[in-house]
Write a protein that binds this ligand. Structure first.
Ligand code: NAD
Length: 423
């Protein structure tokens, strides 16, 4: 493995990404230093009673990277790989993502180091409620607003909101729904939030097709990860006539050159928990996902999945980073050398935070928007961000990732310039 793949922490890689764009547009040193470190780092160790009568102490994190443009905002991840370094990087990416799509939020991320699959629903509920209680007033609808991420979902958010409301003063409870986004629609969530990240990836693909005069119909796509983001993206893309030719999750990799029946696979995963043993495709080796004959690759699982060796195997025209941080710095150089376009995570997967903003606005106003309203506004916001990135890329003669960071950094720099540094 190259130095860029083996030695850098995720947090260092995240800092290096924005520093390249900061060099291009001349961001002042003090702001670079501010953005290189999270503002607050909250670590909580909390006990939970398990079903067998024993008690286990869990470690949870909430890293609040920046809030100069609005409340801290970002997902909650439950996964064995969660650690301080990972959550710091994910929190920083949220700051740049919110600034890029111009929603009035900052960046944060949280999580618990655990495998959510091994706990019963009752244990999961106790873990979520106790974690929320431990975070206490470190979260809040005007302060820090969690959302779902890997290993969490709308049920997790419903329990978080309910715990937060029930441990607050009775007279304020009805004003606290916006403490989290990604809730079930029946408890104050927004229609369209569940599939918003996948839908946003599809809009990114549509924009790219328009730029490159490529038709969506018949486009062959490989997808890594078939959870919230990868699953919904695949369903929406298949409806538009794309062929999902390869899909991988934590358990298996599937291939069908004629296009997988994505609706049938989605039902299968709902009932069986993974893509393994689905009959409508061939089971292939993990690495075959990267060498599959496809036009587009969509990583929608975890960080550092596209290594330089895998980047050499990809024969696609573009990579749409539905996951956060899926490409190692070394792989990014390989992709650039091979003229494979990369639509960066802070742009490609920003549909989730945009519809989270819409949910937060609906909670504030008490007004529920229609699916058409959510969808047309999402499309408008993402289209504007894509247009700005394309324009900046041409102006600066840089990569799409650098251009995306340049747009985000310009907004952050302007706010710091006007507000100054207290006192
Ligand atoms: P999820 O838990 O719903 O799904 C994760 C998927 O990845 C599952 O299918 C899992 O089996 C698969 N996976 C895990 N390890 C894998 C491996 N080694 N190889 C192949 N597949 C593997 O999570 P999600 O919400 O879909 O998030 C996926 C990615 O998208 C993450 O990087 C997350 O940060 C990012 N993201 C999510 C949202 C959101 O709204 N949920 C928003 C923006 C970005």
């Amino acid at each position: 493995m190259s130095t860029l793949e083996s030695q850098r922490s995720l947090q260092e890689a995240a800092v290096a990404q924005f520093q390249r764009a900061a060099d291009l547009i001349g961001v002042p040193d003090p702001l670079r230093e501010i953005l290189s470190k999270p503002k607050n780092e909250i670590i909580v160790n909390f006990p939970v009673k398990l079903d067998d009568g024993t008690t286990k102490v869990f470690t949870g994190y909430r890293i609040q990277h920046n809030n100069i443009r609005g409340a801290f905002k970002g997902g909650i991840r439950f996964h064995p790989s969660v650690d301080l370094d990972e959550v710091r990087a994910l929190a920083a990416w949220m700051t740049f993502k919110s600034a890029l799509v111009d929603v009035p939020f900052g960046g944060a991320k949280g999580g618990i180091t655990m495998n959510p699959k091994v706990y019963s629903p009752e244990e999961s509920e106790r873990i979520v409620r106790r974690f929320t209680h431990a975070l206490g007033s470190n979260i809040g609808p005007s302060h820090d607003i969690p959302a779902p991420d890997v290993g969490t979902n709308s049920q997790t958010m419903d329990w978080m909101m309910d715990t937060f409301a029930n441990t607050s003063s009775p007279s304020t409870r009805q004003t606290l729904k916006g403490v989290v986004t990604g809730k079930s629609v029946s408890v104050g969530g927004s229609v369209g939030r569940e599939e918003a990240t996948g839908r946003g990836v599809l809009y990114s693909l549509r924009h790219w097709c328009g730029e490159n005069d490529v038709s969506l119909e018949g486009l062959k796509i490989s997808v890594q990860g078939f959870g919230n983001v990868g699953g919904h993206f695949s369903r929406l893309a298949a409806k538009e006539g794309c062929l999902i030719v390869a899909v991988a999750d934590h358990a298996a990799t599937l291939h069908n050159g004629n296009g997988i029946d994505v609706e049938a696979l989605y039902q299968w995963v709902k009932e069986n928990g993974s893509v393994a043993d689905f009959e409508g495709a061939d089971k292939v080796d993990t690495e075959d996902l990267f060498s599959a004959d496809a036009d587009i690759f969509v990583p929608a699982a975890l960080e550092n999945q596209i290594t330089s060796a895998r980047a050499e195997e990809l024969s696609v025209r573009a990579v749409f980073e539905a996951a956060n941080g899926p490409t190692t710095p070394a792989a990014e150089l390989v992709l650039a050398d091979r003229n494979i376009d990369v639509i960066p995570d802070i742009l490609a997967n920003s549909g989730g935070v945009v519809v989270s903003y819409f949910e937060w606005l609906q909670n504030k106003s008490g007004w529920a928007w229609s699916a058409e309203d959510v969808d047309s506004r999402l499309r408008k916001v993402l289209w504007a961000a894509h247009d700005q990135v394309v324009e900046r890329k041409a102006d600066l003669g840089c990569s799409r990732r650098e251009a995306a960071y340049a747009v985000a950094l310009s907004r952050l720099t302007e706010v710091y310039r006007r507000r100054g540094v207290f006192p």
